[in-house]
Design a protein around this ligand. Structure first.
Ligand SMILES: [Zn+2]
Ligand SMILES: [Zn+2]
Length: 262
């Protein structure tokens, strides 16, 4: 059992595999941010860093089941593995039964396509469907997708979004402001949230203090999973202490964690 495995009703919800719980800063124990969602509809990635095809295979899952990639924004640490992923799928002889759908803000898709162009990957026998989010940043009503919605977030002046999977909200890279608060409505049970700003937050990333304030206002929120961790281990105690008295399950995600999402 991985350190973060939660006992839940298997099959009741999609499974989150944490491929990377780190920030853009290189550290030995955390890869850049990336998440694999295993649902009835197949596999989806939220952000694309590290070695995604390898990460799928090492979990005993099938590359052919990867249906969709959801990008949160155009920063390097969230997009750079797109060429590796597409090349790996092509080497595996995939793309015969339908396209790999890529969703995200138009800005992020432009960066991803530019990366593929460097290697001439789109010219090969590869079918990709590029799906820029509209002005409302909304991907509701996708057929066969565990991701059921998206919403704008505030991050470094970029066109950045978070995603919703059932009753779970993924903030993406975001500060904890009114935009994120609006996405965490009373139906949200779990939050996978950028805590890259440590205890107090910073210009681009939420901090534990602000996240804890949001948690206190949302009694229906049962689980809080902190990610995009860029602060040193010595700060973990003070980060978690901010959630004292909330009565919620709060933890710092680690690479390899496997959670059943509500
Ligand atoms: Zn990032
Ligand atoms: Zn970012």
């Amino acid at each position: 059992m991985s350190t973060g495995e939660q006992q839940g009703a298997e099959g009741a919800g999609a499974v989150l595999h944490v491929l990377g719980s780190g920030s853009a800063k290189a550290v030995g124990n955390r890869a850049n941010a990336s998440y694999l969602i295993e649902g009835r509809e197949g596999l989806s990635l939220i952000d694309c860093s590290g070695s995604p095809a390898h990460q799928i295979l090492r979990r005993g899952l099938d590359l052919a089941d990867l249906r969709r990639v959801f990008l949160t924004h155009s920063h390097t640490d969230h997009v750079y593995a797109m060429p590796s992923l597409v090349h790996s799928l092509w080497m595996a002889g995939l793309f015969r039964d339908g396209p790999l759908n890529v969703h995200g803000p138009a800005e992020a898709l432009t960066v991803a396509r530019s990366l593929l162009a460097v290697f001439g990957l789109e010219e090969r026998n590869i079918t990709l469907a590029w799906n820029p989010l509209g002005p409302g940043q909304n991907v509701l009503d996708l057929p066969d997708s565990p991701v059921t919605g998206s919403f704008p977030v505030t991050h470094a002046g970029l066109d950045a979004v978070g995603y919703r999977v059932s009753a779970t909200v993924f903030s993406g890279d975001a500060v904890c402001d009114r935009q994120l608060e609006a996405a965490v409505d009373d139906t949200v049970r779990a939050l996978v949230v950028d805590c890259g700003g440590g205890t107090r937050g910073n210009a681009g990333h939420a901090g534990a203090r602000d996240i804890a304030a949001l948690v206190r206002e949302r009694p229906s929120l049962a689980e809080v999973h902190l990610t995009h961790i860029g602060f040193p281990p010595a700060e973990e105690g003070s980060v978690l202490a901010e959630f004292g008295g909330t009565g919620r399950a709060v933890r710092i995600l680690e690479d390899g964690d496997r959670l059943v999402l509500p």
